[in-house]
Design a protein around this ligand. Structure first.
Ligand code: GGG
Length: 353
């Protein structure tokens, strides 16, 4: 029997609720087997101890096969503190440079867009995940005066840009779908970093003559994700633009609660991290109304990345059946069931296979 060691960081808000459903699903697989080690890294820990991650915490994570993450964000802690002290250090330390965010419109789920049926939306955003606008470089001087200055620098390296664009082309080959890569920038206004990105994209695409390409400005892409989502296959974007576009793609497939995310170190030198796209969703805390499917699909991505394709397909099939039946579902997609009921239904389907 194959065993995997999984580090679990449930984090903030609804994170613990959805993570428990993900763990339940993984345990229902039987094979492979997982051992889960829970870390209490969260805003609550920060409020109690002054740190999200203990001093040697990241060293400890290095030994795991993967990291299963819930959500980050707390009503009492500013968002830039939670992000820059919990999730971004993990992505950087483990060089999880490819953030892969698929969006698929399942049967039984209604898109808010007219005329979009099952499978019509089937795209993946490949978001650069370690530099760009999230590089955490900048500063402020003359605080609270009329002369105050704030500088925030975006970083685009050749190494970082080439590898994420190459990853996107490889992903288009792996998916074997529309075989199309769309690159997103704002190079008309960002005349340094994003013109550079466009140049790198134009160079790398020469190596992939079997893949159709397109370059769009982020504003046009935001419009086209609504106007013609069916035309996209693989979309490659900077850290910030990828983050924004994946909220749009998530809602076009019916709910943020259906969108999973993988933070990959494709070379497998370090553990990769799997999470739902949604954050801590304060308004749902403790109501048992949060949709666990984004996290369960993130679990499927995790087992697939660990080489367990059959287990991943089994989870996806159970999710597709649950959604297709349209009976046990949370309120975000028109149901009245609780988070735990959806998890139980998916576990039941897995156990019957
Ligand atoms: N589970 C995803 C999560 O907690 N998202 C909160 C958030 O704002 N994340 C920003 C990011 O993914 O870069």
């Amino acid at each position: 029997m194959t065993n995997f060691e999984i580090a679990v960081i449930a984090g903030d808000g609804v994170g613990p609720e959805v993570i428990e459903e993900g763990i339940k699903t993984l345990e229902a697989l039987g094979e492979p087997a997982f051992r889960f080690t829970r870390f209490d890294w969260s805003s609550n820990r920060y409020k109690r101890t002054g740190r999200f991650i203990p001093e040697d915490g990241l060293d400890e994570l290095a030994a795991f096969d993967a990291i299963f993450f819930g959500a980050v964000g707390d009503e009492e802690v500013q968002d830039h503190i939670t992000l820059n002290n919990l999730i971004l250090p993990i992505r950087r330390r483990f060089d999880q440079y490819a953030c892969v965010r698929p969006a698929y419109l399942y049967e039984g789920v209604r898109s808010p867009l007219a005329d979009q049926g099952p499978g019509d939306i089937d795209l993946v955003v490949v978001r650069e995940n370690t530099e760009g606008e999230y590089a955490d470089i900048g500063g402020r001087v003359y605080h609270q005066t009329d002369q105050e200055v704030a500088v925030q620098t975006s970083v685009f390296t050749r190494h970082g840009t080439e590898r994420i664009i190459r990853y996107a082309f490889e992903e288009a080959r792996r998916r074997g779908g529309r075989r199309r890569v769309t690159s997103i920038t704002k190079s008309n206004a960002q005349g340094h970093g994003m013109v550079f990105w466009d140049e790198v994209f134009d160079n790398v695409k020469q190596e992939y003559e079997d893949i159709e390409t397109e370059s769009l400005l982020i504003d046009a892409a935001a419009m086209d994700f609504v106007r013609r989502p069916q035309d996209f296959d693989v979309v490659v974007a900077s850290n910030l633009f990828g983050d924004i576009l994946t909220d749009i793609s998530a809602i076009t497939i019916g709910s943020m609660g259906l969108a999973p995310s993988a933070n990959l170190n494709p070379e497998r030198l370090h553990p990769s991290m799997f999470e739902p796209v949604h954050g801590s969703a304060f308004e749902l805390i403790g109501k048992s109304q949060v949709n666990p499917i984004a996290t369960i699909l993130a679990a499927a991505m995790m087992v697939e990345f660990l080489g367990q394709a059959e287990a991943g397909s089994a989870i996806r099939k159970a999710v597709a059946e649950n959604l297709g039946e349209a009976r046990i579902r949370t309120p975000d997609i028109g149901g009245t069931s609780r988070t735990v009921d959806v998890g139980d239904d998916i576990v039941r389907r897995l156990s019957q296979r």
